[in-house]
Design a protein around this ligand. Structure first.
Ligand code: NPQ
Ligand code: MG
Length: 368
């Protein structure tokens, strides 16, 4: 395969409601989409970086910059290009995994579309539908939280994840558990605590949570191992797991019993599959995280979530959890599940009218 060029397209997607986490409030999603042009097919991907470096060090302007200046030229120089050659060609550039993931995914999509092969089958999917959970932001009151959770349960979500931070943790968890009984319930702290909070976090023990996600700093893997000995709730890592190597280390150190896999965070779907395999070899369950993706990113995540080791429901929510209009045909929950796309590549394409409507800038990086 040969690369003719890569389009970088910025889109602005209003969220249906503000989404509050321990690192801030988002009201719109500022997304970078990639379209690679090859002689045989186009390939699409979504870069999951946020507009500000709050979840990780990456942010969308930096992703666009590193792509145009370094990553795209390096991939364009690869002879007989296929997706497996993208990672090695980019390895000398440090970090920028979300940018790398987007480029590898777009190349993979083009390659699979040209060959008529669906991404799910390529990755080793064993299901044609996946169980869906939903991530619930920090609210201004417990009654507002209970109303929100009720709506998601009515919509069929099979697992609820509550965002927590100091001052919004034990009480909301207790309220949701008391009101809704034995639903699948977990929490995500996005690094908002320290090991000194261990006794406080142990107050979550009585509520039978599936897991507590990333309570401590992303670099504090040993802290998570220490915390695991002080609390009963299983610890799941998100931000800390940036590669299969990091996953293997965290498991060996006893820092996590469960892993959240986000392809953007780890540099792409091929590395995501390697993490899945490492975790499966250690009997560690995994689930697919979310970064408020449009249908482009969501489609590929749903394919990944169909692999056998994804034994917990993911943050693979329906399109309407975040957007009133998606850039693809919307993903709609049926019986708490989403259907795994069956078409070639990621199996979806942007709707031209919607795409035009939400686009704020486009740039074509020619590689001829
Ligand atoms: C997580 N996602 O698991 C992330 C964090 C997150 C679904 O909880 C804009 C873009 C806002 C990406 C807010 C979920 C975001 C974002 C939170 C990612 O940690
Ligand atoms: Mg998380």
């Amino acid at each position: 395969m040969k690369l003719n060029g890569v389009e970088l397209r910025r889109i602005q997607m209003p969220l249906v409601a503000p989404f509050r986490t321990s690192f801030g409030v988002e009201t719109t999603r500022d997304v970078l989409l990639l379209r690679v042009a090859t002689p045989d097919a186009e390939g699409w991907a979504e870069c999951v970086a946020m507009s500000n470096p709050l979840y990780s060090s990456e942010y969308v302007d930096a992703a666009a910059d590193v792509l145009r200046r370094f990553l795209i030229p390096a991939v364009a120089a690869v002879g007989n290009l296929d997706a497996t050659k993208v990672g090695p060609a980019l390895a000398k550039f440090k970090g920028h995994r979300m940018a790398k993931a987007a480029l590898e995914t777009a190349v993979l999509d083009a390659e699979l579309r040209a060959a008529g092969r669906p991404l799910a089958r390529e990755l080793g999917a064993v299901r044609d539908t996946v169980d869906c959970g939903v991530s619930v932001g920090i609210m201004s009151s417990v009654p507002e939280l209970l109303d929100t959770v009720q709506r998601y349960l009515d919509q069929g979500y099979v697992r609820i994840k509550l965002k927590i931070e100091p001052g919004w943790d034990v009480e909301p968890v207790r309220a949701v558990r008391e009101r809704f009984g034995d639903i699948l319930l977990q929490v995500d702290a996005n690094t908002a605590y320290t090991l000194a909070d261990a006794r406080h976090l142990a107050k979550l023990d009585p509520f039978d949570l599936l897991l507590v996600e990333q309570p401590l700093d992303e670099e504090d893997v040993l802290g998570h191992a220490a915390l695991a000995r002080l609390v009963k709730t299983p610890i799941c890592l998100d931000e800390s797991i940036v590669s299969a190597h990091a996953a293997a280390d965290a498991i060996r150190l006893g820092a996590c019993a469960i892993v959240n896999i986000k392809p953007g965070r780890v540099g792409g779907y091929l590395e995501a599959k390697r993490i899945h395999d490492v975790c499966a070899a250690h009997g560690v369950p995994v689930w697919c995280g979310g970064m408020l993706e449009t249908g482009i990113g969501r489609a590929a995540n749903v394919a990944l979530a169909a692999l056998p080791g994804f034994t917990l429901p993911g943050d693979t929510s329906g399109s309407d959890r975040y957007f009133s209009t998606d850039v693809t045909a919307p993903f709609v929950l049926a019986d708490g599940q989403l259907a795994v796309p069956t078409g070639p590549g990621i199996g979806v394409e942007p709707l031209p009218d919607v795409l035009r409507e939400v686009t704020t800038a486009t740039e074509y990086v020619s590689t001829n």
